[in-house]
Design a protein around this ligand. Structure first.
Ligand SMILES: [Zn+2]
Length: 403
């Protein structure tokens, strides 16, 4: 029930009327900085102190907020402190690629507590891949003495288009046996009533990169994931762009006009020409022994001239397919990540060469092309951000606490 004092409509600094400020809005404020006092929250929201206290009590009972006392810097009586309780729950996150997967658990800030990773083959199908992901989640929880009931959300990246409303895979080009698979179903039995968010792996990587390293100075970015395959996630005006069927940014199967056959069945896709698989095949044909992106990166680091040349040429090919995307969305930043970017110089040099040579000056004069800052954990961090955005959306918190 809404107390009478909060039923008085009136403008607040947030542009809200008092009666519209529920616990979800208060939680959003509390999460936005490390520590608050009750007086600061009253001043900012315009809520009556009693109403604010009711909201804080609700959030504290849900273990989302901690109320304590702490010493003032200036001495004197300890002041009351109100903080977000990042330890009040756990997220399970997975970044599943075509040939590699990373799995982690995070706190409610999205900070990773523990991770594990391994090589996989996505064509092994959903039962094996998602079954082993679930087993790895249970192992990580047990190793960290966290009970399954502590889990508040699950975020999964998959290497193909995803209908984000349902978590279903949509007509993936190189994932046999996965079409229409509903990824959340594999986690429901172990984690009932826990939201399971699913998005394309390149999108969670783009989101993780953007939020941790770039959002303070950029709003429109392209993030390219180069590993054995190629993926791309677009952030437009601070939001991941999904498109009509979740395939926005899917540059891997744009034709480069060669006759090399791609795993998707077409010829000449950029992934077939410039992905790690293509580079590995050429290196193996020349007598090297290469099976993974890391093997290619090792050769580049050792200064193997053929490996450096092939990776740089792959960069040129990738740059060529980025040119129309750059013209269409006018980003200020292109981030290059993925396992093949662990030693990024030749890849970046090739991409820059193509993009700056063939783009209109207006679209490149403010464009930076940079290596990933967030590193290999960008996908897991992005999966956590995706999950936090959903479980801590104002309406979701209000609905959960009124249930
Ligand atoms: Zn293809």
């Amino acid at each position: 029930m809404v107390p009478p004092s909060s039923a008085l409509p009136g403008p607040t600094p947030a542009g809200r009327t008092h009666y519209a400020i529920g616990p979800g809005f208060i939680l959003g404020l509390i999460r936005s900085r490390p520590v608050w006092t009750r007086a600061q929250l009253v001043a900012l929201t315009g809520l009556a102190r009693s109403t604010l206290s009711e909201r804080i009590d609700q959030l504290a009972a849900a273990k989302l907020v901690m109320v304590g006392k702490e010493a003032m810097v200036t001495g004197g009586r300890p002041a009351e402190s109100i903080r977000f309780n990042a330890a009040g729950g756990t997220l399970l996150v997975a970044d599943i690629g075509g040939s590699h997967s990373r799995i982690g658990i995070t706190d409610l800030h999205g900070s990773l507590i523990a991770t594990t990773d391994k090589d996989i083959d996505i064509s092994a199908g959903p039962d094996q891949i998602l079954g082993s992901t679930l087993a790895d989640f249970h192992t990580l929880l047990a190793e960290n003495s966290i009970d399954a009931s502590h889990v508040r959300g699950i975020g999964i990246g998959m290497p193909g288009p995803v209908d984000t409303a349902t978590g279903r895979i949509v007509r993936p080009r190189t994932m046999p046996g996965w079409d229409t698979v509903a990824v959340p179903d594999y986690f429901r039995a172990s984690f009932p009533n826990v939201p399971v968010l699913v998005d394309k792996d390149a999108n969670i990587m783009a989101l993780g990169e953007f939020r941790t390293s770039w959002s303070h100075e950029h709003s429109t970015t392209i993030t390219v994931k180069v590993g054995m395959g190629i993926g791309c996630g677009l952030i437009v005006n601070d939001t991941v762009l999904h498109g009509a069927r979740g395939a926005a940014g899917d540059i891997a199967h744009i034709s480069r006009g060669s006759d090399v056959q791609c795993l998707c069945g077409q010829n000449g896709c950029v992934e077939a020409v410039a992905g790690g698989r293509a580079i590995a095949a050429k290196l193996n044909a020349a007598g090297r022994t290469v099976t993974t992106s890391s093997d290619i990166v090792d050769l580049v680091r050792e200064g193997d001239a053929l490996a450096v040349r092939l990776v740089r040429q792959a960069g040129r090919e990738i740059g060529e397919v980025l040119i129309p995307t750059i013209a269409l969305i006018n980003p200020s930043l292109v981030v290059i990540g993925g396992n093949l970017a662990d030693s990024p110089e030749p890849l970046l040099a090739g991409i820059r060469e193509s993009v700056y040579a063939h783009s209109h000056p207006l679209s490149t004069e403010a464009l930076q092309i940079v290596p990933s800052k967030t590193g290999p954990q960008a996908g897991l961090t992005g999966a956590a951000m995706l999950t936090l955005d959903t479980i801590f959306a104002e309406n979701a918190v209000d609905a959960a606490l009124s249930a």
